[in-house]
Design a protein around this ligand. Structure first.
Ligand code: COA
Length: 299
């Protein structure tokens, strides 16, 4: 049987390739499930620090959800379609959005529908100058279902997003860059090297700090600024007792390159971190003047 998600690791970076090129890498249920299970494996694999997600073949990153397949679910009624299609797709984009290692989409061609929604969800994206984007669901008489009505307006602004959502018009990589959907556009042949270069510039830092910045941004973005600042304080409180933070600060003082211990699973005390963040929050707002979190070691 064909492997639906190809996987290789280069320099601690996993390259995952959506592999249905003859179907423009349309996201059928099996491919989504396979991608989710690959992400599960990668999350606990200490040999992998970042992920690049791309599409097989010359034409597509992904032409979106598999229309042939989800049409059958729709024919069985709303409950079945929600369970098999919508929930599955939303689980994938939510997983990519909140993944604790950086995911970089390398958009090698068409990114339509669910393909575009993956780009909206991942934290970083680089597009080939041959990429093409679209929100074509309106042409099928349906709203997007993998987060497209929610993430694109937050990324690009309500009116810019609605124009794309309501017309279904395809748009260029240059427009995707303007909208904040991708970080850069590069010549097609430079796509993988550019994605690997971005990944390398990230994985040289403390993995724990990378995870905490990803979590702070993913969780804080959809909250009020006050709640977001609490999330940020909580992430700092998680980092405060780590060897990595001490090493980063010591290395700066001693004018040398830091050497991090390379682990991140030791940040496993969310309840304690939340308590510390709340205390920091109350201290900052003047409720508890001078009260330092007692379990926080001096740096
Ligand atoms: N679901 C299932 N199969 C798809 C697909 C999708 N979203 N997109 C493309 N394919 C399949 C086609 O059925 C075709 O396979 P076949 O030769 O076995 O029939 C193959 O991929 C190539 O696509 P084709 O339509 O022949 O290519 P094209 O160059 O003429 O058109 C697109 C390219 C992207 C414009 C067209 O494929 C398209 O409109 N796809 C659907 C995009 C979409 O609406 N996505 C959102 C879904 S919610």
């Amino acid at each position: 049987m064909t492997e639906l998600v190809l996987s290789e690791t280069r320099d601690r970076v996993a390259i995952l390739t959506l592999n249905r090129p003859d179907k423009l890498n349309a996201l059928n249920y099996a491919l989504i499930d396979r991608l989710l299970s690959r992400l599960d494996q990668i999350e606990t694999d200490d040999g992998v620090r970042a992920v690049i997600l791309t599409g097989a073949g010359e034409r597509a990153f992904s032409a979106g959800a598999d229309i042939h397949e989800f049409s059958l679910s729709v024919a069985e009624g709303a409950d079945v379609a929600l369970r098999d299609f919508v929930t599955r797709g939303q689980r994938l984009t939510a997983r990519l959005e909140a993944f604790r290692k950086p995911v970089i989409a390398a958009v090698n061609g068409l990114a339509f529908g669910g393909g575009c929604e993956i780009i909206e969800a991942v934290p970083l994206a680089i597009a080939s100058d041959r990429a093409l984007f679209a929100k074509p669901e309106i042409k099928l008489a349906m709203p997007p279902t993998f987060g497209g009505t929610q993430r694109l307006p937050r990324l690009a602004g309500r009116k810019r997003a609605l124009e794309l959502l309501l017309t279904g018009d395809a748009f260029s990589p240059a427009r995707a860059l303007e909208l904040g959907l991708v970080n850069q556009v590069v010549p097609h042949g430079q796509l993988t090297p550019a994605a690997l270069d971005l990944a390398r510039r990230i994985v040289s830092h403390s993995q724990a700090a990378v995870a905490s910045i990803l979590a702070a941004v993913a969780r804080g973005l959809n909250q009020s600024i006050a709640e977001g600042l609490l999330v940020e304080a909580e992430q700092f409180a998680r980092m405060a007792p780590t060897a990595d933070l001490r090493e980063g600060l010591n290395a700066w003082v001693e004018r040398r390159k830091p050497t991090y211990d390379g682990t991140w699973t030791h940040i496993t005390r969310p309840a304690e971190a939340r308590r510390q963040a709340r205390r920091l929050d109350r201290t900052a707002s003047g409720d508890m003047p001078g009260d330092r979190p007692s379990s926080m070691p001096p740096l």
